[in-house]
Design a protein around this ligand. Structure first.
Ligand SMILES: *[C@@H]1O[C@H](CO)[C@@H](O)[C@H](O)[C@H]1NC(C)=O
Ligand SMILES: *[C@@H]1O[C@H](CO)[C@@H](O)[C@H](O)[C@H]1NC(C)=O
Ligand SMILES: *[C@@H]1O[C@H](CO)[C@@H](O)[C@H](O)[C@H]1NC(C)=O
Length: 564
């Protein structure tokens, strides 16, 4: 680097350039130099560098140039402001870096002079919202290993010039995730289930389902009373409330988070009922932006740690691409939010993803992956009232002796995801806390007539096995089921035994963990599926939750729930 002389048309830029080269000359290891990527202020001034020797390969050794991106240009004045292509450098550097930065192909011009257009991000002053024209479209613009070499070696001191430190990448394993879906409709009715009943010490993530979507893309509450209105014990009654507070589930989840600092909460958007609303919203740039911003807004209002998208399911390749773009918009909105509020926190994006090939093969899982922190693989509903034979609905393996009862399996689904290059540690396997019933059948893999009048044949685990039914075990499929010889009803459902095998599977395959659909179905004590899972997994995710939401519209969330 000693042979490089630097001069610039603009003094401050020259100073920055000098610093950059100085930092590079220190040959320090790039310490996850955390520049912000999505919201950038451009100072498109061309810096000319005359290099007397080509950079060595070590110059271009490491990953993406987060937040500081550059392009080489061969002609004077060809100024290209650029953003880094991915909004999710912070999270997915492991998966994106190899493709994002060409490691070879130094493009010095013939005269030995390369001109760099550096786009430096600053963190403290005005924030320029990326407009649609600035949002990177496809390919990363870092085209020179010379530039990326210099930039990737920015030292820690250089980084500390910026007050903002974005979320650190997650690859460090901090324990298995044990997540659960908790529904707002479950809090009302005769067999209601309240947030205080959640077995929070055994859980790492609570996915609160489901938020609705407006036609214009706005994510909105599907039940404002359950979310923030309902009064629980020790909440102020309506006539004594002062200020604008969140009550209901939102307050209770925040309290859980205060007392369980490893417990994260996510806003789950969509679900079966609202999924058709994804289609027009994801198809439009403006509506995607509205969706992402309002989802983040609601997440922050509620004091949650991320969002979960449940689109069941994109129907074709076009919708699948729209899903990718929607995820991208969400990642950018979350990162923008972190940046604007100086929150050194990585808010999560999880996706409830299909296990069966019919739906999973339609998705662009590889395209989605950079934006997804956790894949909630819905490893259930393998069979049901839509099928022509009885079978296991969430079996781990296929069974050679009961092929028609095990047309799908969790192992197949996990292998499919892994085969596409998705990191195992990002996959959670879903465990149902309900069973699926089949009536008038002679057994597994046989024809049946009807599934019963109750909820399409869906029965909560805590009501199973039904009186008179014997619980059975399929050791090939690692699945449990029950059969009643008199009524000839078969129910496929998970038990502590099948859950034990799933937990061992998670550990052996080094998956991220498991999740449950949904909280109301489980039993307490030793018969609890959630408990069986958490016990067998042993080490539960220790990444901390977030409690600081000074931008929440609710006073008590904003103030950190004083007096609680
Ligand atoms: C609750 O139970 C009562 C009495 O059994 C019944 O009349 C009512 O319809 C039930 N409500 C719901 C929502 O199921
Ligand atoms: C979207 O529509 C809702 C009403 O349906 C309205 O309240 C909201 O302001 C709209 N949002 C935008 C961004 O247009
Ligand atoms: C279900 O349908 C498949 C073909 O779709 C057929 O091969 C199978 O025999 C059917 N099973 C029963 C029990 O009718």
């Amino acid at each position: 680097m000693r042979g490089i002389s630097v001069w610039a048309s603009w003094a401050p830029i020259m100073a920055l350039g000098g610093l950059a080269v100085g930092a590079a000359a220190l040959e320090q290891e790039r310490a996850e130099c955390p520049f912000y990527t999505t919201t950038t202020i451009y100072m498109p001034t061309t810096v000319y560098v005359t290099a007397t020797e080509p950079p060595t390969s070590s110059d271009s050794a490491s990953g993406t140039s987060s937040g500081v991106s550059a392009t080489t240009t061969s002609s004077l004045g060809d100024v290209v402001p650029s953003t880094s292509s991915s909004a999710s450098e912070g999270i997915t550097s492991a998966t994106t870096s190899s493709s994002a930065v060409p490691s070879t192909g130094v493009s010095l011009s013939d005269s030995g002079t390369a001109s760099f257009t550096a786009s430096l991000s600053t963190s403290t002053t005005a924030v320029q919202e990326p407009t649609s024209t600035q949002v990177p479209t496809s390919e990363p613009v870092v085209t020179s290993s010379v530039t990326s070499g210099i930039i990737s070696q920015f030292s820690d001191e250089w980084c500390s010039w910026f007050t903002y430190r974005p979320p650190s990448p997650p690859p460090i394993f901090k324990g298995y995730k044990n997540a659960i879906y908790f529904t707002n409709w479950g809090t009302s009715g005769n067999n209601s289930y309240q947030p205080q009943e959640l077995p929070v010490s055994e859980l790492t993530h609570i996915l609160y389902a489901f938020a609705d979507i407006d036609a214009n893309g706005t994510v909105k509450s599907s039940d404002a009373f359950a979310d923030v209105g309902k009064r629980y014990a020790r909440d102020e009654p309506h006539n004594r409330a002062r200020g604008h507070h969140a009550y209901g589930v939102v307050k209770q989840l925040y309290l859980h988070k205060m007392h369980n600092r490893n417990l994260k909460t996510l806003l789950s958007i969509g679900g079966f009922d609202y999924s058709p609303k994804f289609v027009p919203v994801a198809a439009d740039t403006g509506r995607r932006r509205v969706f992402a911003d309002s989802a983040v807004r609601m997440m922050a209002d509620y004091g949650f740690d991320g969002i979960d998208l449940d689109w069941k399911y994109p129907a074709d390749a076009e919708q699948s691409q729209h899903f990718v773009l929607l995820l991208k918009a969400c990642r950018e909105a979350l990162d923008r939010f972190s940046f604007q509020h100086r929150l050194p926190y990585h808010f999560l994006i999880t996706v409830a993803s299909p296990a069966g090939p019919v739906n999973s093969h339609k998705l662009d899982l590889v395209g989605m992956d950079p934006y997804v922190d956790v894949w909630n693989l819905m490893a259930y509903d393998y069979t049901g009232s839509w099928d022509n034979s009885t079978g296991h609905q969430s079996n781990l393996y296929r069974s050679p002796h009961h092929p028609s009862a095990t047309k799908l399996s969790t192992d197949d689904a996990v292998r499919y995801y892994e085969g596409l290059g998705i990191r195992s540690s990002k996959i959670l396997i879903g465990v149902p806390t309900y069973g699926r019933s089949f009536e008038s059948t002679s057994g597994l893999g046989q024809a049946y007539a009807g599934v019963g009048s109750e909820g399409g044949g869906v029965l909560l685990y805590k009501t199973l096995p039904r009186p008179g039914a014997r619980e059975m075990w399929d050791d090939e499929a690692k699945a449990s089921w029950s059969y009643n010889d008199v009524t000839r009803e078969l129910v496929s459902y998970d038990t502590p035994r099948s859950t034990l095998y799933k937990a061992r599977y998670v550990r052996r395959k080094k998956l991220g963990g498991a999740f449950f659909w949904e909280a109301t179905g489980d039993r307490g004590g030793a018969a609890s599926l959630v408990n069986t899972m958490s016990k067998t997994l042993g080490w539960l995710d220790e990444s901390p939750n977030h409690l600081w939401y000074p931008m929440s519209q609710y006073d008590n969330i904003r103030w950190g729930m004083p007096g609680a």
